[in-house]
Ligand binder design. Sequence first.
Ligand code: NAI
Length: 724
Amino acid sequence: MSEPTTIRWEQDETGVVTLVLDDPNQSANTMNQAFKASITAIADRVEAEQDSIRGIVFTSAKKTFFAGGDLKEMIQAGPDDAQFVFEAGMGIKRALRRIETIGKPVVAAINGAALGGGYEIALACHHRIALDAPGSKIGLPEVTLGLLPAGGGVTRTVRLMGIADALLKVLLQGTQYSPARALENGLVHEVATTEKEMLAKARAFIDANPASQQPWDVKGYKIPGGTPSNPKFAANLPAFPANLRKQTAGAPYPAPRNILAAAVEGSQVDFETAQVIEARYFTELVTGAIAKNMMQAFFFDLQAVNAGRSRPQGVEPRPVRKVAVLGAGMMGAGIAYSCARAGMDVVLKDVTAEAAAKGKGYSENLCAKAVSRGRTTQEKADALLARITPTAEAADLAGCDAVIEAVFEDTALKHKVFQEIQDVVEPDALLCSNTSTLPITVLAEGVSRPDDFIGLHFFSPVDKMPLVEIIKGERTGDEALARAFDLVRQINKTPIVVNDSRGFFTSRVIGQFINEGVAMVGEGVDPVSVEQAAAQAGYPAKVLSLMDELTLTLPRKIRNETKRAVEEAGGTWAGHPSDTVIDRMVDEFGRTGRSGGAGFYDYDEDGRRTGLWPGLREHFTREDADVPFDDMKERMLFSEALDTVRCLEENVLTSVADANIGSIMGIGFPAWTGGALQYINGYEGGPAGFLARARELAERYGERFQPPALLVEKAERGEVFTDA
Ligand code: NAI
């Protein structure tokens, strides 16, 4: 019997064993090899000493109950490791099952977040009590990493709540529940408000359920709601794959498919066989490319970005207490809400008191909605709103230690509003602009302290979009960059850092995607296929509908400005094949996009899309158009990935993690790829395979697909894009 190392055994005089999850080598507990050895040894000991045990409580000595699978181990697993991965998973599951079926009451005292493997340990207990600790989340989010819960999670949720609820509430969306909502949805049995209360409740369960009576079901669990062997249930079954296709829009996400299969197949067999089925479907995912991409992006890159990879070292953090938001329009109103929600005092300024109050009204609406949906309390909502002061007076900005400007997109106006307020706010207040296109270096010329000036590019709608692009101007100092980074973290958003350049990173790269889609219309491709290609490539928004949202005059404006800049610098402007399509749409057909009531789509009076404009087929579509569907998808993906490499080459981007996270969270680059640079790493044949394919596309569709030198270099050296 090997000595358990990550689980402490504490037995009291009444025979209650507390199993304290406490990996000495990590800040959080994970299902690593040490845990596998420990839980197996614990199961051995439980069996050997069962006569002296009255009941068992799982809890943890860490802030989180248990963090889940060990992603550092998992991301290394290749196809050759399949058998090893399968055995390791089965080993943990067998041990948990042995403890569950020993005939003693087993309770999970969930003292903090229990996600993935953590919740699976809790599921192997007969009773689950969650502590209502700040930041405590419960659920099985594996699907968001391209995986499935293989620590018994599929098998047990199906047996706990029935196939439909298990899939919809827990498995397919990977929802993370607060303790209260976990209770409402049947994921836990009780919620406690203090650790003491939690442990008392655990003990009460053991007292009330003596081993001799064994009231809990451990054999096979009857499946609520029936199984596919029940004709009524079987009749509904075909709807599941169809719904799944709707959820993924045909994009290559293998995890939902495997989860569905494991749940349905596992429900028709005994518990032990179901666990084997679950492990097989997991092994297939974890050794495949897409789970690796998603683990890289949503765990490793995201962690690196949020931890401050791009934040200058050595600048003391100084939390923002009072922020001035200039301009209470769509963006300003959203920024004010996000800041107030994070506990900052906000002074929201517009030209009139009415406009400012209207901006605050946006927060009032969001708060009312959150209260009515039970997401917050009236008291918290009132406190949030009390922190926002709408005003038209510059004098009210006294004491602000940060300024975020979101007035109209006009350099002279932005200069003017900063001049009005720069001597009113704190003398060292951080000065930020939410411009989406204007060079930060030029805007900084209008303030007395250009080294404190920085771009803070939020995305719309601000309260939902998790990313902020920080833009460093030529004169922005390290102190300002660090403070801007901290401000973004303070409002719980993810900051990527880029250097000032036309369109920064996000706007520039998303432009490539849109241009590519529009160009295909010009080549005579049926617009329905263009939209389908975007959806099947995994883009959350279809390309022509996105163009309509942004308005067709925008690419023209950007084109003219870029052309002027290129020519002024002595270069020649090549243009893009999409240009003529945009020009005809606007000049010949008067279709400027959704705001103009007509674009690539038709709209009804309420601005709702009614369908693609039939004129597209009449004026553009050609029978002899010859663009294979795979090429359509790859042209969109490659155009963005190649431009991301150029951003890295030109020092607009300085971090691979920022590139991956920025592309997924800011501009909808498909999540299955792991981000624009990880897409290249994970492409068949790696960067060399990607390079070869880019050259093919260049030959067939134009020079814009020619690989930049940095990519050629990486491919030749056999390297991948990484920050390491
Ligand atoms: P908006 O038109 O909704 O709001 C602008 C607000 O600024 C209006 O309420 C206006 O009354 C106010 N304003 C004008 N002059 C002012 C002054 N002297 N003092 C105080 N307030 C003044 O515009 P939106 O969409 O909110 O955009 C604002 C900024 O954010 C622009 O620079 C835009 O480029 C940028 N941006 C916009 C995004 C979007 O999706 N709309 C995304 C990211 C950035």
